[in-house]
Design a protein. Structure first.
Length: 281
């Protein structure tokens, strides 16, 4: 069914947990079993479309850890409330939304979450998936050895620099060293007509990470033409490849992107989990 119905999601198949992550308090919703994936919400919060994507990951045999970073959990994205949430996030000390700020402080808390998820779920490591406002956070989580797979979906920060990265120079160098040393790769997705995540941003990722970054681009014409109001009226451009702008039809480019992401995560976490168990059983 597409688009999703214009109602809130009750999240009854997720469990809310209030966690202490190295001194930072964070509510995290969890569901499923198996090696963990930290799925980060997109602006303006944990929407029904984000939850739908999380369920697809869960149903592939992975545990989903979904932190509440902004907005009202489970709420359908309306334009007015979503705009207010975005404005608050942009001035929050946890997020560096504009150029020159470097890596957002929230990344430290998210790395602590990844370590906890790995300790609880085992396996070779944790996957991280960022969306929109949180897109780049999945990459910076790889500064922790617990994170072995990262997906940067339509990363929008910094908002005022289309070719910029929400990342300090030192963190960028450390990430490249870590990816090379552990033979890891990162995948990313965007629409070719996206004004928030541009070709210049993907070029910056490629310059930093070389062939460790696999940036994949879908035609903007394939985006869901009837997304929720926040995306139609505020975002105003094809943007959210596997959530608000996904078209849930077999063979559709966005469904293929969803399948590629799930395959990437399961290949890193489930297949390697079997080898890990044999070697460490």
């Amino acid at each position: 069914m597409n688009p999703t119905s214009a109602t809130d999601d009750p999240m009854t198949d997720f469990t809310a947990r209030d966690l202490d992550l190295d001194g930072d308090e964070l509510t995290v919703w969890t569901s499923g079993s198996g090696p963990a994936v930290v799925l980060l919400p997109e602006m303006p919060g944990i929407s029904p479309d984000v939850l739908r994507f999380g369920r697809w990951i869960r149903d592939a045999g992975l545990a989903v850890y979904l932190p509440s970073l902004f907005g009202v959990d489970g709420a359908y994205p309306q334009a007015d409330t979503g705009t207010a949430i975005m404005k608050r996030a942009c001035v929050s000390r946890e997020f560096h939304a504009f150029a020159g700020g470097g890596t957002s402080p929230i990344a430290t808390t998210l790395r602590a979450l990844a370590r906890l998820a790995h300790a609880e779920c085992g396996g070779p490591g944790v996957g991280a998936v960022g969306l929109c406002f949180t897109g780049n956070f999945a990459l910076t989580m790889m500064l922790d050895d617990s994170v072995v797979a990262a997906v940067v979906n339509h990363p929008s920060l910094p908002l005022d620099d289309p070719g910029g990265l929400e990342l300090s120079e030192a963190n960028g160098r450390a990430l490249r060293r870590r990816l090379d040393a552990d033979d890891l790769r990162v995948i990313g997705y965007r629409f070719d007509t996206d004004r928030w995540c541009t070709a210049a941003r993907f070029a910056a990722y490629a310059e930093l990470l070389g062939d460790r970054f696999d940036g994949r681009v879908l035609p903007g014409s394939s985006a869901n033409p009837s997304p929720p109001p926040f995306f139609a009226d505020v975002v105003g451009t094809p943007h959210s490849v596997v959530t608000a702008h996904l078209v849930d039809e077999a063979g559709h480019p966005t469904i293929r992107a969803r399948a590629e992401i799930v395959d990437y995560l399961t290949a890193a976490l489930l297949v390697d989990s079997e080898t890990f168990a044999e070697e460490h059983g």
